[in-house]
Design a protein around this ligand. Structure first.
Ligand code: OXD
Ligand code: MN
Length: 592
């Protein structure tokens, strides 16, 4: 398959360690995929769904002890603890390799070792990178084929180079006590054991495209971010691109695939999806920041996805999609999840495969749900009706604006612009969201998640912040403008004030206007806030006074916020860039 000595040597080593009965190279061909699907079905790994309604679609159930990413068992194994920083679990690499090899030794006995050569990003793109994952799971193979570009061609592109990421996955016994998701950024290596759940085992995604790639980006002068990428086309046919980072449960996939309100559609506005989760960004030949989506599919949360909340995501799941941990409607052999529609299936199996009793369904009690709250669809990006023409082009799209955001009931205004790049880095570093009933634990607790990268930064977050500041220096006046949005301000009864969803397009248009110097703004203590009349409310039942209320910056609330940011910064100790402390001091002074 390849003469690359580094690849051959590593494969020999893992083969000797794992002792598979058989070794199969994955070439990504239709023929091979069809065979593997059949095999998975025969083994009970996947259930073939109604092929008339959902052609090429399958259902998979994970072990009930294995349904989500496991942050407490995720490690960054750098030579020193300081390199991993205070926000990552760390272990000495030698110690961790030994522990993992002991767990994985002989674990492919009686199983097949699948070797998956894949590209993150269009094959051959200067912004793309190559990985090889070995796995003993057909489910992983079939998901990787959707989520990445799997092909033997990547081996040609790789040639003799050692610039590729090693990924070893072994399901072992799916023992949660021996489950580890480990990144060795200095060795370009990932090892994942005792899990079969997507985020832990599709090693191209969080492990490579964020944890390892963020480290590579730091060393090589580019950025790997937990961001969606969206193109906004105006009636003249000009498309501007934005990248946006939100913590989970803030509607990232919905924004990535949003449909503008009818009034704007009629005028000729369109939205194009480039990515829904990860952006790799590099400075291009013209000095601007260019982004690719390194993935090839969407690994989206199913519950809550419906015709109205995200039509384009739902359409994306209509063929060649793998559903994980959703309910199976036995009447027509299709899938169902909470929020898909109001017709609770009367003859269904819940996500664990037991008969589901719709009459016991209670919204407040997740144990009565048919689908697991973190059930997923793995859907090919090419299925998405609004996928961008640029998606498969390797040159990337020029980013005009970077948008941060979170769920804040009272604090952040609907939208504001940072004073400059450094101030934008400060805003990103303090990013926060209030917990919802969707997450475990108390509701309304503020969680800080800098740039939405807390679980995904493969090195010390203080170095990460400094890298952001350095990128700003390099970009100079070509740097994207940085904004913050908050769709989630509530009234005194806790109801959302802003309609959100497609109407967020009205805010995006202001953002683009600002980037082009076409819209005015009011300078406040926290940044530039729109003049209410500059947000287009045409055809929307929303009055300008209410808009003003959600654009307001309350000094008391923000003084408390500044104090909380100071607390948050204590986590990072002395390594936190001085510039960020200066930004905090300036904010405090502005609020006086
Ligand atoms: C995801 C996540 O699955 O961020 O994308 O958790
Ligand atoms: Mn994500």
């Amino acid at each position: 398959m390849t003469n690359n000595k580094t690849v051959l040597k590593w494969l020999d080593e893992v083969k000797e360690l794992l002792t598979p009965d058989e070794v199969v190279w994955i070439d990504g061909s239709e023929e091979q995929i069809a065979k593997l699907r059949e095999e998975a079905e025969a083994q009970g790994e996947m259930i073939k769904l109604n092929q008339e309604k959902l052609p090429g679609c399958y259902l998979h159930r994970t072990n009930p002890n294995d349904v989500a990413r496991v942050e407490d068992r995720t490690f960054i194994c750098t030579t020193t603890k300081e390199e991993a920083g205070p926000t990552n679990n760390w272990c000495d690499p030698d110690e961790m390799y030994k522990k993992l090899y002991d767990i994985a030794r002989g674990s492919y006995k009686g199983r097949t070792m699948y070797i998956i050569p894949y590209s993150m990003g269009p094959i051959g793109s200067p912004l793309a990178k190559i990985g090889i994952e070995v796995t003993d799971s057909i489910y992983v193979v079939l998901n990787m084929v959707i989520m990445t570009r799997v092909s033997l061609k990547v081996l040609d592109v790789l040639g003799d180079s050692n610039d590729w990421v090693r990924g070893l996955h072994s399901r072992c016994d799916v023992d949660p006590e021996k489950r580890y998701i480990c990144q060795f950024p200095q060795d370009n290596t990932i090892i994942s054991v005792n899990s079969g759940y997507g985020g832990n085992v599709l090693l191209g995604k969080k492990c490579f495209a964020l944890r390892i790639a963020s480290y590579q980006g730091w060393k090589e002068g580019w950025m790997a971010e937990h961001m969606l990428i969206l193109g906004i086309e105006n009636p003249k046919g000009e498309v501007k691109y934005v990248a946006a980072a939100f913590p989970s449960a803030c509607g990232k996939t919905n924004l990535a695939m949003m449909i503008p309100p009818k009034y704007l559609r009629d005028k000729g506005y369109k939205v194009w999806t480039v990515g829904d989760d990860i952006a790799w960004m590099r400075i291009g030949p013209d000095g601007r920041l260019y982004a690719i989506n390194p993935e090839n599919g969407f690994f989206g949360v199913a519950p809550g996805t419906n015709e109205k909340s995200n039509y384009n995501a739902l359409q994306s799941t209509m063929k060649n999609t793998i559903f994980t941990n959703v309910a199976l409607d036995l009447d027509d052999n299709t899938v169902w999840w909470e929020g898909l529609n109001k017709n609770l299936p009367q003859n269904a199996l819940e996500w664990k495969g037991n008969k589901w009793d719709a009459s016991k369904f209670n919204k407040a009690d997740k144990s009565t749900y048919a689908a697991h709250p973190n059930s997923r669809f793995t859907a090919p990006a090419e299925n998405c009706p609004c996928i961008s023409d640029e998606f498969n082009k390797g040159s990337g799209v020029p980013i005009s604006a970077i948008i941060f955001g979170g769920r804040r009931a009272k604090c952040a205004p609907l939208v504001y612009q940072s004073k400059d790049w450094k101030n934008g880095v400060f805003i990103g570093s303090a990013m926060a969201s209030e917990t919802t009933a969707a997450a475990a634990g108390a509701v309304g607790v503020v969680r800080r998640d800098p740039m939405a990268m807390l679980p995904f930064c493969g090195y010390n977050m203080s170095d990460y912040f400094q890298h952001w500041l350095d990128m700003g220096e390099k970009l100079g006046d070509k740097a994207p403008k940085i904004f913050n949005v908050n769709w989630f301000r509530t009234d005194d009864e806790g109801n959302f004030i802003w309609p959100g969803f497609g109407d967020n397009m009205r805010v995006l248009n202001w953002i683009i206007d600002r980037c082009e110097g076409k819209a005015d703004a009011t300078e406040t203590a926290i940044g530039y806030v729109p003049k209410a009349e500059d947000i287009d409310l045409t055809d929307l039942d929303f009055d300008i006074e209410t808009l003003k209320s959600i654009l307001a910056v309350d000094k008391d609330v923000w003084t408390a916020e500044a104090n909380e940011i100071e607390e948050h910064y204590k986590k990072f100790g002395d390594k936190l860039p001085e510039e960020l402390r200066r930004q905090l001091d300036t904010l405090k002074a502005n609020l006086k």
